[in-house]
Design a protein around this ligand. Structure first.
Ligand code: ADP
Ligand code: MG
Length: 684
């Protein structure tokens, strides 16, 4: 009977040669069922297409031959006793030194035949190897030639074991695996039958075969993923909102009051958002734009639409500090227009809280700005219609959802200063429309970036001294708050003391980190914003959203310890004012190749979009996708970066099907449905 791959839930123990001990070891690789085994795809392959007998051992590349065992010998004593197999192919005799592999005595008795692969040397008068791979040739079984799979392993599970198991799983179940993609579509996309693709990805005869197997499986993964997205989007589109007319007069008045005019990109993304807000369906849009690109004003202008329609808007930021800054900006711009604002964070004092909640519930507040407190259980909104989530990557899915649930089919605007490369955006945020602000407001001087070795720190400090003398303020950022066992790392605490006492005794220095009380943090930040503190020493808490035009210096020590996007964000803290700004990235000798690449990338460009692509290349999509994907829709084969063309194709196909066939879930494509249901269950 034909089955879908994910339906092969037979425990691994049902396979020939998989006893309880092996099954429990495989559990460590996340393999409990036949389906999971078959989806343990090779991480790489070894090319054994070239036959090379023992006599040609001295040529470059490994020997690869079929040999017969002619004798078994033992040498050494006690625990050092080692098996030596004498084997012969048509060309010569050779010796296999079986360190730690005494079991080969039983597997390869005299007279048995085996495929032997490995590097051989001439030593002690014989052609020998101790680093060889050997696989017994059973009667009637083809030797493994061509590309041999290499799997990720765990202790006690050898390549040979996995290969053997994989073969028996393919023999017993693999052939029955049914196609999930509609045959017509599969033909149009030149996909292999799934059963074939499975067999070929594990044991391809040649590179071309492996590639078409990989392509087939990758397409299927991407297609299912996109299908899920298309269905979610359709579900959203099936919700209708009756919108009141909103001529945009409030927004118009705000624009007239601004001390600057919107950049072309700001105007463009605002138009995109406004168009969404006139659709009869809820909006779900991601607004990405580099630090300082001016997202806040766009969000406020959009929120005014909801207010004009008599609704409420909530703007949520990840830290209290940032929320307060937004609240201050909003107060300056919107209160003169008669818009009623409120600020809500965790520690709004007890006395102020009830009337505030009351005002939110009665609709007396138009726009509320705050932190996670915005979705606290006791918070009720009269008519929450518009939600802005700033620095959205700092929130979890459940948190965003919690705020969403406070509204009545609200429109959602997510904002991020860490642009997501397009390939990942389609995977992670495939159901969001994306708007991008690519250019900064005019008049900003690009930040000058310097890379410096730690031994040159004093030169950096001297340079900074000149800038301080000119009246500028400086950030110093460290990877740790306090001392750690790794004594060679500078910490914010220790350096705050050193900078204050030794390096810049003439300037006020303050220390900021996440362990301080919110109240204290705010004081410190306010004193820096006001210009009384000249030097702010901190950890990455200054990362988000603070705008201080006079801070023209960013010194990051142990820059090798920070991620690309964190460094980019830090650098974005400066360059906001009229003065030339400088960013010093100080690195120590203890630097990895990846870190070198990161620092070079930062030195090379300040374009956040380019850096995001670079980050993806350095880190690979796994890490970025890892936390976001779950259940049966994990990408095991597909790589959104490498398979970007295939991804676009699969997306168009999936969206096409959902669009063409509104009865999609009920009738013809029941096949897909089964897959989706399983995925949903897995997601819980
Ligand atoms: P971000 O996109 O990082 O959230 P902000 O919204 O905080 O950026 O904007 C950064 C600064 O740029 C703010 O001081 C804001 O007033 C200013 N700004 C925004 N838009 C413009 C513009 N069109 N022209 C000049 N300055 C602008
Ligand atoms: Mg911002």
């Amino acid at each position: 009977m034909a089955v879908f791959l994910h339906e092969l839930r037979q425990p691994i123990g049902t396979l020939r040669g998989a006893g309880p001990a092996l099954a429990s070891r495989l559990g460590r690789l996340g393999i409990a069922t036949v389906a999971e085994l078959l989806q343990h795809y090779p991480r790489d392959y070894e090319d054994r297409s070239a036959y090379r007998p023992f006599s040609r051992f001295a040529e470059p590349g490994p020997v690869h031959t079929i040999a017969t065992v002619t004798a078994q010998e033992w040498f050494g004593f006690g625990r050092m006793k080692t098996l030596k197999l004498i084997v012969a192919d048509e060309s010569s005799e050779a010796a296999l030194i079986c360190f730690n592999r005494p079991f080969l005595e039983k597997t390869l008795p005299v007279g048995s035949r085996a495929v032997v692969h490995g590097k051989f040397q001439f030593r002690y008068g014989e052609i020998q190897s101790s680093a060889f791979d050997v696989e017994r040739l059973e009667e009637g079984r083809d030797p493994i030639v061509g590309l041999v799979p290499l799997y990720s392993l765990t202790e006690g599970v050898a390549q040979g074991t996995l290969r053997r198991l994989m073969r028996s799983a393919l023999d017993m179940y693999g052939k029955r695996v049914e196609d999930e993609i509609d045959p017509e579509l599969a033909a149009a996309r030149e996909l292999l039958p799934k059963a074939r693709a499975l067999a070929s990805i594990h044991f391809p005869a040649a590179a071309a075969e492996r590639e078409s197997a990989r392509r087939t499986l990758a397409y299927e993964e991407l297609f299912k993923f996109q299908l899920g997205i298309a269905l979610r989007m359709r579900a959203r589109h099936s919700q209708t909102i009756r919108r009141k007319a909103a001529p945009g007069l409030l927004a118009e008045r705000l624009i007239q009051r601004l001390p600057f005019s919107l950049t072309a990109d700001q105007a463009k993304v605002l138009a995109e958002i406004n168009a969404d807000l006139d659709e009869p369906h809820p909006m779900a849009r991601l607004l990405q734009g580099d630090v300082g690109s001016g997202k806040t004003i766009v969000a406020l202008l959009a929120a005014l639409r909801a207010v004009e329609r008599g609704g409420q808007a909530a703007i949520m930021a990840p830290t209290e500090l940032l929320a307060r800054l937004h609240a201050a900006t909003a107060a300056a711009l919107l209160e003169p227009l008669g818009v009623k604002l409120a600020f809500l964070a965790g520690n709004v004092d007890d006395a102020a809280r009830p009337p505030l909640l009351e005002a939110l519930a009665s609709g007396a507040i138009d726009i509320v700005i705050g932190t996670h407190a915005l979705f606290s259980e006791d918070v009720v909104y009269e008519a929450l219609q518009f939600i802005v989530i700033d620095e959205q990557h700092r929130f979890g899915v459940m948190q965003r959802l919690a705020l969403y649930k406070k509204g009545n089919i609200p429109d959602m605007l997510m904002m991020t200063a860490t642009p997501i490369p397009r390939s990942l955006a389609l995977t992670l945020f495939g159901d969001l429309a994306v708007s991008s602000i690519r250019t900064l407001p005019p008049g900003r001087k690009p930040v000058i970036t310097h890379l410096a070795k730690q031994e040159n720190e004093l030169k950096v400090y001297d340079f900074v001294r000149k800038l301080l003398a000119e009246g500028r303020q400086a950030f110093f950022v460290y990877p740790l708050i306090g001392e750690s066992e790794k004594a060679d790392l500078k910490s914010a605490e220790a350096m705050a003391a050193r900078l204050a006492e030794e390096v810049y005794p003439e300037y006020p220095v303050a220390l900021l980190h996440s362990k301080l009380k919110e109240e204290k943090k705010r004081e410190i930040m306010e004193s820096f914003v006001a210009g009384s503190t000249k030097i702010l020493v901190s950890t990455t808490v200054v990362e988000v959203g603070v705008d201080i035009p006079n801070a023209a210096v960013m010194v990051v020590e142990h820059a090798e310890r920070f991620g690309l996007s964190a460094l980019h964000q830090l650098r974005g803290r400066i360059g906001r004012g009229a003065h030339q700004s400088y960013c010093f990235l100080i690195y120590s000798d203890d630097i990895t190749e990846d870190a070198v690449q990161r620092l070079k990338a930062l030195y090379g460009t300040s374009d956040g979009f380019a850096l995001a692509e670079e980050d993806l290349k350095i880190r690979g999509p796994g890490e970025l996708l890892g936390t976001a994907q779950s259940g049966a829709f994990r990408l095991l084969v597909a790589d959104p970066l490498r398979d970007f063309e295939l991804l676009k194709l699969a997306r168009a196909d999936a969206f096409g099907i959902v669009k063409e066939d509104p009865g999609f879930l009920t009738a013809a494509h029941a096949l897909y449905r089964r897959g989706l249901e399983t995925a949903d269950k897995a997601k819980g």
